[in-house]
Ligand binder design. Structure first.
Ligand code: WTA
Length: 665
């Protein structure tokens, strides 16, 4: 964050902490700090016993014979156990009083709605599982899912889990090239998509993107949900969802899979140009998704839990689908943009307005009680104005959450006051695609909060902050965030590259998992995440690698060289700045900048489109030819402090870059 917010942060750290709101504390499962500490200590004393207790909350077809087999970096959890994830999430609720309880409350961007009970969800998941089986999809086959936020997304995930076919979800905002890379890497046998999805009143052409992505892949079948009724091309491998799923039998006998059977892989950015397929397995992942949902969101049967993340991100996997459904909770699912109005067809003719209040409108109309979103969204709401939440009755809310990047204290305070009305605790949750579930978070009603701190690790999670030699640093000293003991929902590998898995996560700091984040712990033991320490940037809560954007840029025929850095951005947390040296004969002008921005969007997706492109004759390099990104970061953020430049080969380059920057401003 900017230096302005970090000074506020330190004032707040020193002078204020918020005890948990009283009314909440009385009812919470873990009702006090002492209780949290007791639970934490118990888990530290006997981690395997603790995790076995959590795993026992799931429906197992065969019990495990050993809780953990750990040969660093390889973990196997609940060894010998067998289960079917969809049974824990669906069948056992459909066979209980929850049969007629809402599992999913859905609102499409235009304003269309659906309510799906656990009984209905069970039948739909069974139908989809039968349809996939009829197409020849078997346990172990990967299925790519490229869908909007519609109930079929959850149904497709659970159907894949039911037949043991690991899913790989690709966010609908990724381009067809990014989709093709991911499908190719996991050798998906089928793709589940839709004709389109609604986004700010426009149709995202998902099926067209799939068509472009499929040339030369292993995909045999494409199942297409009809959502927007837009025109789509059709080939012999395409099937409509309503033709194959709606006609399939609603009965399906689930098979139990080994606890370590792959449940899904999800691609995320690392420090190279190639995204990593983070692989999660069944028993351990589901144990933690369910446990953390119960503990952090303290869900009750009358709750309506709205996690605003798209299923294309890990947050959507763990806290829209697997965690809440394993707990028999009711989830809210909304398809569209936070600033899109309903269409008049769904407002009984009333003026739908500009849509800047859409989220508050959803909360009010559906009675959302727990709301979990990202700091970048909160900052956008702040910018749009307090009148929007103020125009709605938000009294159904009892708990707020934040995830994806460090939340700046201004946004935290606004969230608490304008949305929670000082009534709702805020849980700032730190975790990663790799960790599978929340690792550090306050427990509502138990942990006093400090705005901007994710506070303390959950019981069962052993965190430390160390220097590069693995030695723990003292209070308030910055260091690397590590997890010192295995936990059930840890990633098992990077799909197809176990060596990269070992070196990236277990090769940096001896004996523990290296998160890639910098952090410090204050005198109260509270953890403050300081952001990534590698070349990963976090744009509006989305992870991107600078190398990925660089390789997209240099694939353009007019580009000789490119370097990409993040600079602080008030809204998105970080924004992408690209320094580009054009090939000789080409001029770095506005037209080329525009061309390059579009080129990146086409290669990766709109979320990777650089905010700024700076042209330069040369980039600052060390004598060994390494681009000095640290210096570019300083130039990009407008800082004049240059730090150590002694290894810089050509001092003049930096001055030129700084001047070009100042000039353009
Ligand atoms: C960052 C998202 C500070 C962090 C669940 C991490 C956070 C990366 C927080 C993972 C938080 C996530 N406070 N930083 N509460 N939550 N991050 O894999 O840098 O998309 O490494 O997982 O987001 O991003 P990912």
């Amino acid at each position: 964050m900017s230096s302005k917010s970090s000074s506020i942060e330190s004032v707040l750290t020193e002078n204020r902490s918020f005890p948990p709101p009283e009314a909440f504390a009385k009812a919470a499962r873990v009702g006090s700090l002492a209780e949290y500490e007791g639970l934490y200590a118990r888990a530290e004393r006997d981690p395997e016993g603790f995790w076995a207790e959590q795993a026992a909350e799931l429906a197992w077809a065969r019990p495990w014979s050993q809780v953990l087999e750990w040969k660093l970096p390889d973990a196997r959890w609940f060894v010998g156990g067998a289960l079917n994830a969809s049974v824990s999430c669906v069948d056992r609720h459909a066979a209980s009083w929850r049969k007629n309880k809402a599992a999913i409350l859905f609102e499409g961007e235009p304003g269309d709605t659906r309510v799906i009970t656990y009984g209905q969800l069970h039948r739909e998941v069974c139908r989809a599982a039968n349809a996939l089986t009829a197409l020849g999809i078997r346990a172990g086959d990967f299925v790519a899912i490229y869908l909007p936020m519609i109930p079929e997304a959850a149904i497709a995930m659970l159907a894949c889990a039911r037949i043991g076919a690991p899913h790989t979800i690709v966010f609908g905002g990724f381009s067809s090239e990014a989709l093709a890379d991911r499908i190719g890497d996991c050798k998906a046998k089928a793709v589940i998509t839709a004709d389109g999805g609604w986004r700010r009143g426009a149709i995202v052409p998902l099926k067209d993107n799939v068509d472009h992505a499929l040339a030369g892949t292993t995909v045999e079948h494409v199942i297409v949900v009809e959502r927007c009724k837009n025109q789509v091309a059709w080939t012999s491998r395409d099937r409509w969802w309503h033709d194959v799923v709606d006609t399939a039998s609603p009965a399906h006998e689930p098979v139990a899979f080994d606890s370590e059977h792959p449940l899904f892989s999800l691609y995320t950015s690392g420090t190279t140009g190639k995204p990593k397929g983070i692989l999660h397995t069944t028993g351990g992942y589901l144990t933690c998704a369910a446990y953390t949902t119960k503990l952090v969101f303290d869900l009750r049967d009358d709750d309506v839990f709205w996690c605003t993340a798209d299923i294309g991100w890990v947050t959507g996997h763990s806290y829209v689908v697997y965690g809440p459904l394993a707990n028999g909770a009711t989830v809210m699912m909304y398809e569209g943009a936070p600033n899109a109005p309903r269409t008049r067809a769904f407002t009984s003719g009333r003026d739908p307005g500009a849509g800047l209040d859409r989220f508050w409108d959803v909360i009010e109309r559906w009675g959302v009680t727990v709301f979990y979103t990202a700091p970048t969204a909160i900052r956008a709401f702040m910018k749009w104005g307090d009148q929007h939440p103020a125009a709605h009755d938000l009294s159904s809310l009892r708990l707020l959450g934040s995830v994806g990047e460090p939340i700046n204290p201004e946004a935290w305070m606004w969230y608490r006051k304008e949305i929670g009305g000082d009534r709702c605790p805020i849980v700032d949750t730190w975790w990663q695609t790799e960790t599978g579930s929340i690792m550090i978070s306050p427990l509502p009603g138990a942990t006093p909060t400090k705005p901007g701190s994710a506070t303390r690790p959950l019981p069962g999670i052993s965190i430390d902050i160390v220097n590069k030699d693995g030695v723990p640093v003292g209070p308030n000293q910055g260091g690397f965030l590590v997890i010192t003991r295995p936990w059930p929902s840890m990633l098992r590998t990077i799909y197809g590259d176990h060596e990269r898995f070992r070196t990236t996560y277990f090769g940096e700091i001896e004996g523990c998992y290296f998160a890639g984040d910098g952090a410090r712990r204050d005198a109260d033991g509270y953890i403050w995440i300081m952001g990534r320490v590698d070349d990963v940037i976090n744009v509006a809560g989305h992870r991107l690698s600078t190398m990925e954007v660089e390789s997209a840029l240099v694939s353009h025929p007019k580009v000789a060289e490119a370097a990409v850095v993040g600079r602080p951005d008030d809204l998105k947390g970080q924004a992408i700045v690209a320094f580009v040296t054009p090939r000789s004969g080409f001029i770095g002008d506005d037209a080329l900048a525009k061309e390059l921005r579009e080129h990146v969007a086409k290669h990766i997706g709109a979320l990777a489109r650089p905010e700024e492109i700076r042209f330069a004759d040369a980039l600052p390099k060390t004598r060994s030819g390494k681009i000095m990104r640290r210096l570019l970061r300083e130039v990009a953020s407008g800082s004049t402090a240059r730090g150590d430049t002694t290894t810089l080969e050509d001092q003049g380059v930096l001055e030129k870059l700084a001047q070009s920057f100042a000039h353009d401003d």
